[in-house]
Design a protein around this ligand. Structure first.
Ligand code: CU
Length: 141
């Protein structure tokens, strides 16, 4: 019994089986379509939890500045936001600790569809990305 409780705590710390984030990520098919605001900036508020980004599918206009506020609503689990598309000038690797929020700014110049994901991983458990923590950024021409 003691062992099981300890394992549950460990799994929680790794972000496993601690929230409904996975189900949310799988069913959230809506696309958040951003347009430049009065100040020309395309803004989105993105929630990070285990294991999802909400919203997970975002559409932006190429050539206009973007600002994403990333808020980690997990209790203990750190997450990150990685975009690894150097050919398109989209490179981000931002850590967001539990309960924290971080704002990133960038301009996407090349239209297309790009992935973003969280590569956090605890010990021998699957990575957050493997658990479904990834999303799509659509850059409109
Ligand atoms: Cu994560």
């Amino acid at each position: 019994m003691k062992h099981k409780q300890w394992l549950a705590v460990l799994m929680c710390a790794g972000g496993l089986a601690c929230s409904s984030g996975l189900a949310l990520g799988e069913t959230d098919q809506e696309v958040l379509v951003l347009q430049p605001g009065a100040d020309g900036i395309q803004r989105a508020f993105i929630v990070l939890d285990s294991y999802a980004y909400t919203p997970s599918h975002i559409s932006i206009q190429a050539g206009e500045p973007v600002e994403f506020r990333l808020e980690n609503q997990s209790f203990l689990t750190p997450h990150n936001f990685i975009m690894d598309h150097p050919d398109a000038g989209l490179q981000q690797d931002v850590n967001v600790d539990a309960g924290d929020d971080v704002t990133i700014r960038f301009v996407a110049q090349v239209p297309g569809t790009y992935t973003f994901y969280c590569d956090k991983q605890l010990l021998f458990f699957p990575s957050h990305r493997e658990e479904g923590m990834e999303g799509l950024l659509e850059v409109r021409p």
